[in-house]
Design a protein around this ligand. Structure first.
Ligand code: FAD
Length: 555
């Protein structure tokens, strides 16, 4: 068989076609820049999605298959790592947004300066961000309007100033969202409709989002939700400047004699190795896989991995943790309806408050149970099988809902992503090994917030509540950040404030890796806003359509 020809050098090569890579692709291509996107997963179209809960939730139709893509986890450096699919995110065009929940709150001003607000936290590497809310605000607005986010400006009294409202009003209120508002109201807490990656009415040539109970963890057969797959990718493709290559797994970034990134070596669907050269590389693989790719890209000049002279690539990893209080009610709640695409939130416990005895705070929100069938539903005291299990399903499944929290876990130097040289994936590469020991602040926050969530359920009329305290960080909400911190000092950060590697000036990271701290809110609106900011910076530095010269350093 003839050898495949080496593709031509391109302006920008983006690795990953998920939330961040998709945003960057849209902005770059619409600015006249030619982009090649290398995405390890398939390009699945909406026609291939459906509501098969066993396949989607339990059988890796959409989740990464742990046999092909294992990860290892240990609770501390002394523990033996064990295989565990820690913090999985779908690997396909669209990335995590293909079957996400779609809650898109903004971070607040204090998220960018928590160390200044709360002070040192012993045992952590808490820092302020090198950028402020004001720096990101215009990009929040751009994403909300281009992506399509439903919400109500001003409804969250703790929200930081915004320059514009949402393109469409909030999604219709569900029964469980109403109960949550009632509980908060009873206790004097502020609550608001959760901003959603969905359209409550037709907008920008798109129809309103079709509501379905098969939402979170299920792909969208209607293509009407806002996702990288249904919004960013088509917008980039229509420019004719987006060369999207699915099923292309990047194994390494090579460097030239000047130490600049030269090419991405990837394996395509036929198993062939291809070299793609580019003037600029952007990593949008998710914070775990971007760190892993940098660590895999070892060379004589970068023996510890690309851009890792500081030994900080992979360190300070944060993942949030999703935990909840669950309430049981006499009246039916129908919490399976809405599939997560309709919810209600509160930032009442979001801002730091010294009197609580821990640093930081958490976004809390009403959430359905089951997704949506009872096969993945349970209460903590429900037996696994038998007549009692059936009784509890019958009596409680339609009568319960959760108030969940996003745990703001503190960054710590030894919580990290490394290469596990004893376990390989199906392509023969060392897998990501996660070492993660929660800080006492994380556990204290988890206990305190879950107690408040239970009180909200009580106030909403629950006859019984369960408090599920987070005991460890498992990455169960698929949020990942901080493995390639941005900062002004190359000794304490991997990237500068434009997410450009301090050591490799034509290399950028645009996923959650640059976040210096996790914050207590869902990260993806901020990931996309930041990717937009970085892409504009690259365009500015290089001149529209001429992304072939040296990027300015940290301007
Ligand atoms: C069930 C679920 C619910 C969620 N709900 C929410 C929510 O309500 N709100 C919220 O803010 N976030 C939510 N998230 C998280 C959200 O999906 C992620 O934060 C977001 O997708 C991260 O964007 P990213 O660009 O960093 O990575 P991704 O979107 O994961 O994209 C990374 C892409 O890179 C590809 N890739 C990785 N390595 C390579 C390689 N070596 N070569 C080529 N390609 C590669 C992957 O295949 C993937 O497609 C949810 C996630 C899940 C799974």
């Amino acid at each position: 068989m003839a050898r495949k020809p080496k593709p031509e050098k391109v302006d920008v090569c983006i690795i990953g076609a998920g939330a961040s890579g998709g945003t960057a692709a849209k902005v770059l291509t619409e600015s006249g820049v030619n982009v090649v996107a290398l995405e390890r997963g398939p390009y699945r179209k909406k026609e291939s999605f459906g509501g098969d809960e066993l396949a989607n939730v339990n059988r890796y139709n959409l989740w990464p298959d742990p046999i092909l893509n294992p990860r290892t986890y240990r609770g501390s450096n002394d523990e033996e790592p064990r295989e565990e699919l820690f913090c999985p995110v779908p690997q396909m065009v669209g990335g995590g947004t293909v079957h996400w929940q779609g809650w898109l709150p903004r971070f607040t001003e204090n998220d960018f300066r928590l160390k200044t607000v709360a002070g040192e936290v012993p045992g952590t590497t808490l820092v302020d961000w090198p950028i402020s809310y004001e720096d990101l605000e215009p990009y929040y607005t751009k994403v909300e309007w281009a992506f399509g986010v439903s919400g109500q400006a001003g409804a969250n009294k703790y929200e930081s100033p915004r320059s514009k409202g949402y393109p469409t009003p909030p999604m219709p209120t569900t029964n469980y969202a109403r109960k949550f508002h009632e509980g908060c109201n009873e206790l004097g807490y502020d609550s608001f409709p959760t901003p959603m990656a969905a359209l409550s009415e037709p907008y920008n040539g798109r129809p309103a989002t079709a509501l379905s109970a098969f939402a979170q963890q299920h792909g969208d057969p209607t293509g009407t939700r806002s996702s990288a797959l249904s919004v960013w990718v088509p917008q980039a493709l229509v420019t004719g400047r987006y060369d999207l290559r699915p099923d292309c797994y990047v194994h390494e970034i090579t460097t030239d004699e000047h130490g600049r990134a030269k090419s991405a070596i990837y394996q395509d669907a036929d198993g062939d190795f291809i070299e793609q050269e580019a003037a600029v590389f952007m990593l949008g693989c998710g914070a775990v896989e971007s760190a892993r790719l940098l660590l895999l890209s070892r060379s004589g000049r970068f023996p510890n991995g690309l851009a890792n002279g500081s030994d900080l690539v992979g360190r300070n990893a944060t993942f949030h943790e999703y935990s909840a209080a669950v309430g049981v009610f006499d009246d039916p709640i129908h919490a399976w309806a809405g599939g997560g695409y309709v919810a209600a939130s509160s930032f009442e416990f979001y801002e730091h408050d010294d009197s609580r005895g821990f640093v930081g705070g958490s976004h809390i929100a009403a959430a359905g149970v089951g997704i949506p069938l009872p096969i993945n539903w349970s209460l903590p005291d429900r037996p696994a099988w038998g007549a009692e299990a059936k009784r509890m399903d019958r009596e409680y499944y339609d009568h319960s809902f959760a108030v969940g929290m996003v745990l703001h876990d503190m960054p710590q130097h030894d919580n990290r992503v490394e290469l596990d040289d004893t376990v390989e994936d199906a392509w023969g590469l060392p897998v990501a090994r996660i070492t993660l020991n929660p800080h006492e602040n994380d556990l204290a926050m988890g206990r305190w917030v879950i107690d408040r969530n239970a009180e909200i359920l009580d106030a909403a009329g629950a006859t019984k509540t369960y408090r599920v305290y987070p005991e460890r960080v498992t990455g169960n909400c698929s949020h990942q950040h901080s493995t390639t911190r941005m900062g002004d000092d190359p000794d304490t950060s991997v990237l500068n404030r434009y997410c450009q590697a301090h050591e490799v000036d034509n290399l950028f990271v645009v996923d959650g890796g640059p976040f210096p701290t996790a914050t207590g809110a869902n990260p993806t609106l901020t990931i996309m806003a930041n990717a937009w900011r970085v892409a504009e910076h690259v365009v500015r530095q290089r001149g529209s359509g001429r992304a072939t010269t040296t990027a300015g350093k940290g301007a």
